[in-house]
Design a protein around this ligand. Structure first.
Ligand code: FES
Ligand code: FE
Length: 368
């Protein structure tokens, strides 16, 4: 076989592999009919905010304590509503010609520059999005169906009262699917993260064989079946070198579920991640630690978070992931999966069976 033929065969393999997941492949902008975390509650005070998720520009406004979410484009000429101002309570006015929308229903209740009898009133309505505020976060539902309770998508323990939740939200480059695949990817931690300060004392395996099991509530979980530490690689030598200070044993239990929620269970606490699609090339990376504990425990855990977990894990360690997600090429690039990538294919299969509707860039264009 010539070099060109070999290259073509690889492309063919990749095409065949990826063609197995047509819905996932199409879902550049994610899946509808789900709740997504979009911002921290404390970031939304009187001043409105604009976020983009699943290709939708969404205007967030807190009015008399309650958060509202509307399509962030005025129906008149398309100016972002978030640039406007509040003239009357319960409404918001576009900055350009003063079209004024009811925050709860999205209905146009006044066109200020056309007088109180403007005939356009009542004939225009902006799309509204269901919103919940729990665990210090604002959650928005994107979909056409009646929204299920937040618990349908968000782990009950995460939004239970009394939990200690601390973390960060960043806007990152890379399609959300790369970030999700990286999150559940079985093999990379043992190489990419081996020298991260967060892992300084951990005796990392060289390799691991796993099986993927289905848990309750839609989670799939990686379960190790065989583990190797210092190992001889035929003709090459031994890897990795023994490090006496790496004494910590035992790994975390890693699971993922729709709509792109990663759960990493450590012995004492749990790390959660969400990969929220924004546009085809970016996502919101939402990372929070969670611990169910009493009032004193909450205080101590928060102290622990800000002393080192935030810096070493949520920042430095996960920056290595950010870098990889940014470096991954587009889907047109051939991929050759290996044994540990069973985690990635299990995740793709999960998406393939999702209750939502996959959104492609083209579908979004017709979505206004
Ligand atoms: Fe909004 Fe004209 S564009 S009122
Ligand atoms: Fe990682």
């Amino acid at each position: 076989m010539t070099t060109t033929e070999r290259a073509n065969a690889r492309v063919g393999d990749q095409t065949a592999e990826f063609a197995r997941w047509p819905r996932y492949r199409a879902a550049q902008l994610g899946f509808t009919e789900h709740w997504y975390p979009v911002a921290r509650s404390r970031e939304l005070r009187a001043h409105p905010r604009s976020v983009t998720i699943l290709g939708q520009d969404i205007f967030l406004k807190r009015d008399r304590g309650k958060v509202h979410a509307l399509h962030d484009r005025c129906a008149h000429r398309g100016i972002p509503l978030s640039r406007g101002r509040q003239v009357f309570p319960g409404t918001f006015s576009c900055i350009y010609h003063g079209w004024t929308y009811d925050l709860g229903t999205g209905e146009l209740v006044a066109a200020l520059t056309d007088g109180p009898d403007s005939p356009i009133c009542g004939k225009v309505r902006l799309r509204t999005f269901p919103v919940e505020e729990r665990a210090g976060l604002i959650w928005v539902y994107v979909g056409d169906q009646n929204p299920p309770p937040l618990e349908a998508d968000v782990p009950a323990e995460f939004i239970a009262p009394g939990a200690m939740v601390a973390g960060r939200i960043t806007h990152r480059a890379g399609n959300w699917r790369y970030a999700a695949e990286n999150g559940f990817d079985e093999a990379h931690a043992k190489f990419l993260h081996r020298d991260a300060v967060w892992m300084l004392f951990r005796n990392f395996p060289a390799w691991m064989h796993t099986k993927i099991v289905e848990d309750d509530d839609g989670w799939i979980t990686r379960v190790p079946t065989d583990i190797g530490f210092q190992t001889d690689y035929p003709g090459l030598g031994r890897w990795p070198k023994a490090r006496p200070w790496r004494f910590k044993k035992g790994g975390a239990r890693v699971s993922i579920r729709m709509p792109g929620t990663l759960r990493v269970r450590f012995r004492e606490w749990t790390h959660y991640e969400w990969y929220v699609p924004t546009d085809a090339e970016h996502h919101l990376y939402v990372q929070f630690m969670h611990k169910q504990t009493g009032p004193v425990g909450r205080l101590l855990t928060r102290l622990r978070y800000w002393t080192y977990i935030h810096w070493l894990f949520h920042w430095r360690f996960n920056e290595q992931d950010r870098h990889m997600v940014e470096l991954l090429p587009g889907r047109s690039h051939p991929e050759r999966l290996f044994r540990p990538d069973a985690s990635i294919t299990a995740w793709r299969k999960l998406c393939e069976q999702d209750r939502g509707i996959e959104l492609s860039v083209d579908a979004r264009r017709g979505n206004g």
